[in-house]
Design a protein around this ligand. Structure first.
Ligand SMILES: [Zn+2]
Length: 503
């Protein structure tokens, strides 16, 4: 009570100071100053736009005003229901053309459109399919009839099965459905957090049989880069557990084979597209594992980083935070690089939860204690004012993946996404798409749309977009030299983008 009494007069004094002493009404100029000052704090608030950019900004604002009046307002509904509307949106079309810099939070098994996987990969010879007891499917390439597995007794050659179908197009559509979470009625399909996470983790297992076949893997990576590039993304950082690839006879390649494949595909793609810088890998292990497994993974990551310094960015733990073990549980393993006197940058998924005050919620504190370079998701960060302040001081950007957060049921209306707080304060944020195959959000434009129109609200402007794109370079894992190179490449594209909008 005492505090309440003390605070009231203080507040009143502040309010009085803002009033015009003659009329008693708030001072208009002061009001404008406050609005300007507040706007200057937001993401992009200190970006000075050129006259040409100001013209594009004014045009964009007009488009946004129209968009806000649309019913239903796309960011207020589930992305799966909004996607067709978003595709027609002039704001979205402009975002597609915008050079967006890098995608810093994507997972290696979920980067291409499910349509490509079905139309390209499942039509290759020697592809087998099995329907599991749990109503799911598995794929496997093999030069002979595959052996039964615990959940999969009978494998059929996909080519023969498809040929026996009355309506092969309908069959292919059903295969696509298995590879993505995208559906017209997400609320019925995924009625609970557990239901959506179970489906999410199963989809990774389904896709894995297709893309870890060695002959597919390189094409898969190349196609992934194609899809990012087509959306004006110039660089990708991929979380990968380096799942080992297999051959038709069942033999398995080691992880170095996969690393070399990443390196070679990146080089081939950048040679063909000089305005694409390449990719880097954040090695990742599932957080459900034991401490000893994580220790071994960290040792392996240190070794790989030593041998492939240009390719390996660092290390992360992946999987559902609410179910998995918290970072503190792995403190012994995570302290290993420091003990050995080596630097292994961390890029922890942390705060992908709405369970305040739990062990999992403490992941944000621990990520910071382990000197994380960025925070994956950081959905709970606005609930940790001290951690937010400290991580901001340390230059730790948050990788916001709006559509992923909505599909995995943390938020339903993007206007309520907690990253809105981060953006109004100008906390360093980058936008990413997490798992495009599963969420139906290829590239970055759909996530930029939700961030720009929904999370950022009417105040987010061209300066916001410019800063978000530049953040993806500034907070990438690239060396200072390559950051500069990518920034120059991006600036060239940005100038062209602005002048094309003016025409
Ligand atoms: Zn992720």
């Amino acid at each position: 009570m005492a505090f309440g009494i003390l605070r009231l007069p203080l507040f009143s004094l502040m309010a009085l100071a803002l009033m015009n002493p003659c009329t008693g009404a708030p001072d208009t100029r002061q009001r404008e100053t406050l609005m300007r000052q507040e706007a200057s704090r937001q993401t992009g608030g200190s970006v000075v736009l050129t006259p040409a950019e100001l013209q594009v900004d004014a045009y964009l604002h007009k488009l946004k005003v129209k968009e806000r009046a649309s019913v239903p307002f796309p960011p207020s509904i589930h992305f799966f229901k909004a996607r067709a509307r978003i595709q027609k949106s002039p704001v979205f079309k402009l975002l597609q053309k915008m050079p967006k810099g890098g995608a810093l939070h994507v997972h290696s098994t979920a980067m291409v459109s499910p349509e490509w996987l079905v139309r390209n990969v499942t039509y290759r010879p020697n592809c087998y399919i099995c329907f599991t007891w749990g109503g799911s499917v598995r794929f496997l390439f093999s030069d002979g009839q595959p052996y039964p597995q615990w959940d999969c007794l009978y494998w059929q050659l996909l080519q023969s099965l498809r040929a026996s179908m009355v309506d092969p197009a309908k069959f292919d559509k059903s295969l696509i459905q298995n590879l993505t979470l995208f559906t017209e009625d997400p609320e019925s399909a995924y009625p609970s957090d557990d239901a959506v996470w179970a489906r999410f983790e199963d989809a990774f297992r389904i896709i894995s049989g297709l893309v870890t076949y060695a002959a597919v893997f390189m094409d898969y990576l190349y196609q992934s880069l194609e899809e990012f590039y087509a959306d004006n993304v110039m660089y990708v950082e991929i979380r990968s557990g380096l799942t080992r690839t297999y051959e038709l006879d069942g033999s398995i390649h080691d992880k170095i084979w996969s690393l070399k494949a990443y390196r070679d595909v990146s080089a081939k793609f950048s040679t063909k597209h000089p305005d694409f810088l390449g990719l880097r890998i954040i090695l990742s292990t599932h957080r459900i594992q034991r401490v000893s497994t994580i220790k071994a993974a960290i040792k392996e990551a240190i070794e790989m980083q030593k041998n492939f310094p240009e390719l390996i960015a660092g290390f992360d733990l992946v999987g559902r935070e609410d179910d998995g073990r918290p970072l503190w549980y792995f403190r012994e393993a995570l302290s290993l690089p420091a003990e050995l006197g080596v630097k292994l940058p961390y890029y922890f998924h942390a705060g992908e939860t709405d369970l305040e005050g739990t062990d999992v919620d403490a992941n944000l504190i621990d990520a910071l204690l382990f000197n994380t370079s960025r925070i994956g998701h950081g959905y709970a960060l606005p609930h940790h004012p001290l951690i937010k302040e400290l991580s901001r001081k340390n230059g730790v950007a948050v990788e916001v993946c709006p559509i992923s957060n909505q599909v995995l049921r943390l938020v339903s209306d993007f206007r309520h996404h907690p990253a809105a707080v981060l953006m109004t304060e100008g906390y360093p944020v980058v936008i990413s798409s997490d798992d495009p195959t599963l969420f139906g959000n290829p590239g970055l434009s759909y996530d930029f749309y939700e961030a720009f129109v929904g999370i950022g609200g009417m105040r987010a402007n061209l300066g916001t977009l410019k800063e978000l794109a530049m953040n993806s370079i500034k907070y990438s894992s690239l060396s200072p030299h390559l950051k500069k190179k990518l920034m120059n490449m991006w600036q060239d594209k940005w100038k062209k983008f602005i002048s094309n909008q003016k025409d």
